[in-house]
Design a protein. Structure first.
Lengths: 338, 629
């Protein structure tokens, strides 16, 4: 259905995010990517949990399920495991996906269910009006933490890599082209694709990603498969793998171009990708953006289907009569008496 | 020899008891299987600890299996055993009080060592004092005889000893005239890959039989003639097996693929195990990371067009509550199976109870009514599952199917239904294919008769729509915070469930001309209540009886039935949950017999309760919290 446009994926529902919210940009972007995927509208499902981001399905003219807090990956797993023909997206946030639904998120990723998970990370609870989230920085002053939060935050990309997701990427709400490209790549991935999107909450946590947005050259370390990992206005900085096994940010001039780490997103082992994710635990300095990892692993729903097909091949289609009779039936004749 | 006299019995209750590692469940299961094939009616009660292997020989480690079989139709696994097989002192200590005076006790005398006696808190050996003088005690050195019979087998001494349960089975098979050949064949197929183990078990089984035949210890053998059962093809089935087959049958009859989302929990896990074996029926089983994910995935599967099921026990239902509420809100078919166990909290994982009725009724936030179906006997779990699926599909609603630990593990002969006679569910499982509102698709445009909404599954062009847990506008299904709409939607959801009363059979009344007392039960008390009423009538009492298979909505005539009698007694393995509902719904002065021991009711205790309620003058609206009030 190549004739579809972005507008075909918009609904008549009034969009109810706060003016200026980063979610608008992400919505426009995702709607924009849809026509390029080549998947019919009726074969696309958006599933979400609870939170600002989770209103997303109402604004997509596809099949959609706005569920309950944290459970979208579980519900989406049920859809994708039984219907490999569908393209299933999960829209979640840092509270929904990493706090109340953290368990479902990691298990969906380790199973490699066929899901495109987009996690909007604004480092705050928005819908409940401003409490700290599992990605908020330590010491965050919020309504629920007047003396500063004590919790050490998650780095969502590190979590996804720890769960060995087969596709892990990070983008930014305002980086239109990068976001579109990342979402499209994720949507085309077979298995679980996890995309963290830095998303500004202009009401409760405004400017959380300003460092990366205001001086992108110095603070966005763009990861591109097969390319040396360099950043800075003149690409003068780069990532170096030290002999002790640690990564380090260095001036290219000091270490030599040939010593800059070349990004390999397709490495089977997630270790190096994890180390890249550790270059910035939070976006408060140069932070890797882009595709950390993409590898192939059997897809959950397809494997489930194979097991069913195998069973039919080996034993034939199930016969209800045989099943009910069991291995040792016996017959009671009319009026048998002792 | 063959010179022993044969006594005919009409009914026997045997209990096998031993250490968790002694294989008592297997022994009981084999005895049951052969007994079923001999045509006896039977009921079983496996009773085992939650611990996999409590320390060997300890009191908490005792595992038991009771089997009641007869030449007539029976309704319970028997109040008290006539025969107790005790494989060690701990098994004797924990079970001897249940053995009727004059009962037969077979003990493994070898196990009565100083160490084992101490573990069972015996200061002196009960086989050597007069504490067992009220019983017919057979001291059989089972371990020695088993190891002796296996002298030439290439197994370790430990492995030889492990075959002692087969010796005991052989001995009991001889005493009760059961053939051992079916078990020999079973062992051969079960241990086909380890021929040494198979041969040893068969040798031990035969040795047990021969010992019974040759020793002069046993003067009699016993026969229990086949029961008169309705003609047909039968098999032995447990509640969980029957329930799993019912789910597969429902999928078959509706033409929908079956999806089970489940998380391991006692006593429901066997349904997950069973269904995972039947992939050639297109059954997808998903062992989730937790209970919430299990029901979540099931709800997702329902959205995607599957017959979606989640199986669990009470603690799991507590976790699933929010998702069940979501299913109420989005009005998708979903089967929630609760194999109830003792509670609260972890409670008694391996023991039975029926204390989740109010959880099923009310265990969700908001006004969230769901239909509730309860199984009454192991074999009946099959039909209950089919019926729960029918209601879920037809009314696009989550349905709670209640079973319990007793039904789940208990076995009985089951008349195999004719597949062609099973209900055709295809018309309830039809997906929407066309817009339904002037060229648009309105997901909450209801069927005027059932109030069910259309089921439009992803993949259907033109019917793209969004659903969710926020309140929806009547018909169109958009998010709506309109006050009147919310009230209307709440009423519609309630009316949809209440309307099912028109679509289920009326409450069947087993009246007794002149009866002033009605005994009404639900769930697995079906057998014990029927047996007790039968006995009370034989004693000359007038008692009416009814059994509820549907707890929400109640059958349409329920009020009429319960208000017909001056006295209503509701026996429940909880503290009065159905009683509360009946009182609240019908303003009936129902009284309860309530006991939560982890075991099914005995016929005897229910007969006592019935007689007490007939004979005791009543204080109107009296206190209702005691055991028999």
């Amino acid at each position: 259905m190549s004739t579809l446009t972005r507008k075909d994926f918009a609904t008549d529902q009034e969009v109810r995010w706060c003016p200026g919210c980063g979610d608008y940009a992400i919505l426009a972007n995702v709607q924009g990517v849809m026509p390029d995927l080549g998947v019919d509208r009726e074969n696309i499902v958006f599933v979400s949990g609870i939170g600002c981001s989770s209103r997303f399905p109402y604004y997509m003219n596809t099949y959609g399920f706005h569920s309950i807090h944290g459970r979208a990956p579980a519900i989406a797993t049920g859809i994708s495991a039984t219907r490999p023909d569908l393209k299933v997206f999960v829209i979640t946030g840092d509270g929904d996906g990493l706090s109340i639904g953290g368990n479902h998120l990691i298990h969906a990723m380790r199973r490699n269910a066929n899901l495109t998970i987009v996690l909007f990370n604004n480092q705050i609870y928005g819908l409940t009006k401003g409490q700290y989230s599992p990605t908020s920085e330590v010491g965050k002053i919020t309504k629920s933490t007047p003396a500063g939060s004590l919790d050490y935050p998650f780095n969502p990309v590190s979590v996804a890599l720890g769960a060995e997701a087969t596709f892990v990427a990070r983008s930014i709400d305002t980086e239109r082209e990068h976001l579109s490209g990342t979402v499209e790549l994720a949507a085309r991935h077979e298995g679980t694709a996890f995309v963290e999107v830095y998303q500004n909450c202009n009401i409760f946590n405004d400017g959380a990603f300003d460092l990366l947005k205001e001086s992108p050259e110095d603070n966005q370390i763009r990861l591109e498969h097969g390319q040396p990992i360099r950043f800075g206005a003149d690409h003068q900085r780069g990532v170096v793998l030290r002999p002790d096994g640690m990564l380090e940010l260095r001036d290219v001039a000091d270490v030599g171009e040939e010593n800059i780490l070349v990004h390999d997103a397709h490495r089977e082992d997630p270790g190096l990708a994890f180390m890249l994710s550790r270059l910035a635990h939070q976006p408060d300095g140069p932070t890797p953006i882009g595709l950390f990892r993409q590898v192939r692993r059997p897809v959950y729903g397809e494997q489930m289907q194979h097991q069913l097909d195998d069973a039919v091949d080996r034993r034939g289609e199930g016969d209800l009569e045989t099943l009910l009779a069991g291995p040792d039936p016996w017959v009671v004749e009319d009026a048998v008496t002792g | 020899m063959g010179t022993k006299t044969v006594q005919k019995l009409d009914t026997v209750t045997i209990r096998f008891a031993g250490d968790s590692g002694d294989g008592m469940q297997l022994t009981g299961d084999r005895f049951t299987s052969v007994t079923a094939q001999m045509g006896n009616d039977l009921a079983t009660l496996p009773d085992f600890p939650a611990e996999i292997r409590a320390p060997a020989g300890s009191l908490p480690g005792v595992s038991g299996f009771q089997l009641h079989f007869a030449d007539h139709d029976i309704l319970t696994p028997g109040d008290a055993p006539d025969v107790l097989v005790a494989m060690n002192p701990a098994a004797l200590r924990t079970n001897i009080d249940d053995l009727a005076p004059g009962g037969t006790l077979v003990v493994n005398a070898d196990a009565f060592t100083r160490g084992n006696l101490k573990k069972a808190h015996y200061e002196q050996n009960p086989l050597e004092d007069d504490s067992l003088s009220n019983y017919r005690v057979f001291r059989v050195p089972i371990t020695t005889l088993t190891v002796g019979a296996l002298e030439d087998h290439p197994l370790s001494s430990k492995d030889k000893q492990r075959a002692k349960n087969m010796f005991a089975l052989g001995l009991m098979s001889f005493m009760y005239s059961r053939p051992i050949e079916p078990t020999q064949r079973w062992i051969e197929s079960k241990f086909g890959r380890s021929p040494d183990i198979a041969t040893a078990n068969i040798t031990a089984l035969q040795a047990g039989w021969s010992f019974g035949e040759t020793t002069e210890m046993f003067a009699h053998t016993y026969e229990v003639a086949p029961a008169v059962l309705p003609a047909g093809r039968y098999r032995q089935v447990t509640g969980n097996q029957a329930l799993a087959m019912g789910l597969i049958a429902a999928a078959d009859r509706s033409g929908l693929p079956l999806f089970l989302g489940s998380y391991p929990i006692t006593p429901a896990s066997d349904i997950l195990h069973e269904l995972s074996k039947h992939k050639n029926f297109g059954v997808r089983t998903f062992q989730a990371e937790d209970e919430i994910s299990a029901v979540g995935a099931a709800l997702g599967a329902a959205f995607a067009g599957n017959l979606a099921v989640t199986t669990t026990s009470g603690p799991g239902v507590a976790l699933k509550g929010e998702t069940i509420g979501l299913a109420v809100s989005v009005e998708l078919p979903l089967l929630v199976v609760n194999i109830q166990r003792g509670g609260p909290s972890t409670g008694l994982p391996t023991k039975t109870e029926q204390s989740d009725l109010l959880q099923a009724m009310y265990g969700r936030n908001g006004e969230a009514p769901i239909p509730i179906v309860a199984a009454s006997a192991p074999g009946e779990c099959f039909h209950a599952a089919l019926e729960a699926a029918r209601i879920a599909l037809r009314y696009r609603t989550p349905v709670m199917l209640l079973s319990d630990g007793y039904l789940a593990n208990g076995a009985e002969p089951w008349r195999i239904p004719d597949v062609a006679s099973l209900p055709d569910l295809r018309s309830h499982a039809e997906f929407a294919t066309e817009p339904n509102a002037d060229g648009e698709f309105w997901p909450f445009q209801r069927d005027p008769e059932t109030l069910a909404r259309p089921w439009a599954v992803p993949g259907t062009p033109g019917l793209e729509h969004r659903i969710g847990g926020l309140e929806k506008s009547d018909g169109r299904g958009s998010i709506s915070y309109d006050p009147d709409n919310h009230h209307r939607m709440t009423e519609l959801r309630a009316a949809k469930v209440a309307g099912i009363a028109k679509d289920i059979p009326p409450l069947e009344l087993d009246d007794d001309e002149g009866a002033e007392l009605l005994v009404i039960g639900w769930g697995s008390t079906y057998g014990p209540v029927r047996a007790a009423v039968r006995r009370a009538r034989r004693m000359g009492h007038k008692v009416a009886r009814a059994h509820l298979h549907y707890l929400n909505p109640f059958p349409a005539n329920t009020g009429e039935v319960v208000l017909r009698y001056p006295r209503v007694l509701v026996p429940e393995m909880n503290m009065g949950q159905l009683r509360l509902l009946l009182r609240g719904t019908y303003l009936v002065d129902a009284r309860g017999y309530n006991r939560v021991s982890g075991l099914p009711f005995t016929t005897g205790e229910l007969v006592d309760a019935i007689v007490e309620h007939i004979e005791t003058p009543r204080v109107p609206n009296g206190a209702n919290t005691g055991a028999t009030t």
